[in-house]
Design a protein around this ligand. Sequence first.
Ligand SMILES: Cc1cc2nc3c(=O)[nH]c(=O)nc-3n(C[C@H](O)[C@H](O)[C@H](O)COP(=O)(O)OP(=O)(O)OC[C@H]3O[C@@H](n4cnc5c(N)ncnc54)[C@H](O)[C@@H]3O)c2cc1C
Length: 409
Amino acid sequence: MIETINVDVAIVGAGPAGSAAALSCHKHGLSVALIDKAVFPRDKVCGDGIPLKTFKLLEELGFNEQDLFKDGFKINRLKVYGPDHHVTTYGGLTPDASTKSGCIPRKAFDNALYRRAAAICRYNLTGYKLEAIENGANIQTLRVRSLKTKSEQTVVARAVIAADGANSYTARLLKLLKRDQAHHFDGLRWYFKGKRFDSSVHLFYDKRTLPGYVWVFPVARDMANVGIMINKKHKKNTGATIRDIFIDVLESNPRLKAVLNGAEPLDEIKGAPLPLGTLPGSRITDGVVLVGDAAAFINPVTGGGIYFAILSAMKAADILAELLGKNVPVSKQNLQQYEHWWRQTIFPGFFYSDRLKKKLDSERFARLFFWLSSRFKPVANYFIMVYGRPLPKGALRHPFFWLRVLMGK
Ligand SMILES: Cc1cc2nc3c(=O)[nH]c(=O)nc-3n(C[C@H](O)[C@H](O)[C@H](O)COP(=O)(O)OP(=O)(O)OC[C@H]3O[C@@H](n4cnc5c(N)ncnc54)[C@H](O)[C@@H]3O)c2cc1C
């Protein structure tokens, strides 16, 4: 028998975006069905790097930083290595000593968010996969199936938040956001264990990975997340797979070998895609808003997406709460404010990062850039400002931006 349930908002995906969306909707008094094909705790291939600003958002949703860090590792230094192994060190990623940036294995981090969301949602449909959707300005009908019992369920909602990740099935069903290799990275992750790591994260811009990089992010005193983010051009040029390149860099980059010396791989290499924020196309349609990776909100130079996933989910919930509260249709036209918001607030930062990414595609530029950055503070400051911050529109044309680059503020 097919059962039907009715809610204000159906949320597809219970990762950071979906869980944050559920908590935000609940804060606004909206009833939620939280749908995820996985059963939590579940793994997610990632670098596990959680930027400081993410904890600020999570505080708004009632999370305590100390609780989240029970399963993670705080960091206070970033080291960036160029193709010629020149090192730029950024000490104290936060102005005060109580740094909140850090690395938390996604299995634990996502589970902490999910548990809270599961406690407040009206219907918890984890273990259910979205199979079909009919959308409209007033009513959305979703067909989901239990992966365990194979039973089918119909969810009728006034609106849908699609938070179903990089391969968003919702986006595909609704023919939103066609994936494009020009706006895409592939990533691999491998956990290493067995040596004492200090509180530094390391980025290796090796000539074989440009404009991507290999990272070492410690997730515990004796364990690190090691990974690579790279685009497909390497395969075209050399025929080598991403895995081949990853292993090659791990075996031959002298600085990387020194950082990992004494550590051993813990598990298998796992991969996942990174759809980048410069991907053109609308993130809305009648009744449906895409958030997080489903909306391709990943920084093109850092590969960071957790912050944008939570930010976009909270914004989508705010807008839906306003529309549903006024009883106006959640038509594409009325959802334009979401479209306007991400284009004005998130996109400019992606745009500047993308410009740096394109330059880093050239080995000559990367050699010069990282040599200069290891010697001249303003160059190092420029990198960290474009790398680490969502810059507002017009930032690079503004004299204050360059003043801050010179002063390192
Ligand atoms: C190798 C790699 C390294 C990265 N490193 C970092 C990093 O260090 N820091 C950072 O900030 N970001 C990083 N990112 C990006 C980050 O992982 C994503 O931006 C983040 O996971 C987005 O969260 P989300 O909630 O949108 O999607 P997800 O976390 O992917 O969650 C999507 C959920 O949707 C569910 N789902 C999918 N399809 C269906 C369906 N049909 N029906 C029901 N449920 C479905 C999935 O089971 C999943 O639980 C990295 C990404 C990769 C690939």
